[in-house]
Design a protein around this ligand. Sequence first.
Ligand SMILES: NC(=O)c1ccc[n+]([C@@H]2O[C@H](COP(=O)([O-])OP(=O)(O)OC[C@H]3O[C@@H](n4cnc5c(N)ncnc54)[C@H](O)[C@@H]3O)[C@@H](O)[C@H]2O)c1
Length: 433
Amino acid sequence: MRVVMVGTGYVGLVSGACFADFGHTVTCIDKDEGKIARLLDGVMPIYEPGLDALVARGVAEGRLFFASDGRAAIAQADAVFIAVGTPSRRGDGHADLSYVRAAAEEIAALVTGFTVVVTKSTVPVGTGDELEAMIKRVHPAADVAVVSNPEFLREGSAIEDFKRPDRVVVGLEDERARGVMAALYRPLSLGETPLMFTDRRTSELIKYAANAFLAMKITFINEIADLCEKVGADVGQVSKGIGLDKRIGPKFLHAGPGYGGSCFPKDTLALARTAVDAGSPLRLVETTAAVNAARKQGLADRVAAAMDGEVRGKTIAILGLTFKPNTDDMRDAPALDLVPALNAMGAHLRVFDPQAHEARQLLRGVAFEEGPYEAVAGADAVVILTEWDQFRALDLARVKDLVREPVMIDLRNVYRPEEMRALGFRYASIGRG
Ligand SMILES: NC(=O)c1ccc[n+]([C@@H]2O[C@H](COP(=O)([O-])OP(=O)(O)OC[C@H]3O[C@@H](n4cnc5c(N)ncnc54)[C@H](O)[C@@H]3O)[C@@H](O)[C@H]2O)c1
């Protein structure tokens, strides 16, 4: 199959490189010419484990191409994927579809022969209908089938997720697209990944419903964690105790600082908007988004409480800034709430993240350090904000020697309270009595 990815971000680049690895011929295009130039030089625009090797293999074997001008590739394509961003629209929380519409308009003018246009971007219910109408308007003779194929990969394990997903969802209205989509994902169906075909609107909603459910699950355990603190229970044990019930399952029950990232915050808001507009509000989802936002806004108070309420003039080390480990993505990361709030309270911040280049663009008034031990030197408190592996195995005796005050606020429950206390730390964590 000849495939084009319009948008070479997280999803477009990973999907494109994986499709090329499946044996298809893939051209990834992006309007960001600098990004394409770097990719042509073998420089990855994002940090994702294994991606550089996968891209290098696709390029070396002549199946993966990058271009800022997609005209020729689109004209020859069997399938053109739209993998551009759908951020929150400022003000109302709706998904901003301007990038998707612009991409569809460009594609419409260029397709020749029967072409499947696939929305891989997360788009609200009805977007496929809208794009189909738009393509027909721009290019009445275009022979296209617009298909929904939402992406479920997680940053940090994106390649594994793409190649071994729990399921692939395809929503279509034109049966001619079924064969093309089945051929694209053939290596997965051979591996017995369920390929679920449904109608386009249902497919669009599946993506939002999945993300909203996961966001709700995290928010649920976060609220249970707060209750644990009040009543002297251990949220880790509660998670285990409920997660062993197969109807509940153990995943996404890890209490923490509140979810961030490029998807859950914007997708919960967008789904809630869609539901209100449709006259069928989703109160659980609305509440989830509000509870999570308040949790992140309250992180600085949590830190201050662990420091006897006074952070002015104190030095605080923050370990981890990205919204989760193994990515450099800072979109809606809890650090974006915590750092400015602690700054405003008058704290001096020394921070370290193994992938800090995005964070450096976004966070002001902090000292970026070269490693965890440099960051904690002289600190009055250490905050673990992202559970990178290297923070799970700190030399705690060394940390204790380096800090001014042995106070640790572990927002990811990486360490055990009794061990930390035995080492002489004043240790605060989430939901553990
Ligand atoms: N990041 C994730 O983990 C993830 C997971 C599942 C689904 N999604 C969804 O996938 C979509 C893309 O997300 P992302 O994180 O990859 O976004 P991203 O911001 O990393 O990448 C989008 C890319 O599209 C490019 N672009 C925009 N308009 C273009 C155009 N007209 N032509 C060519 N290129 C264009 C941008 O320059 C950018 O490089 C979103 O809808 C998101 O919700 C993301």
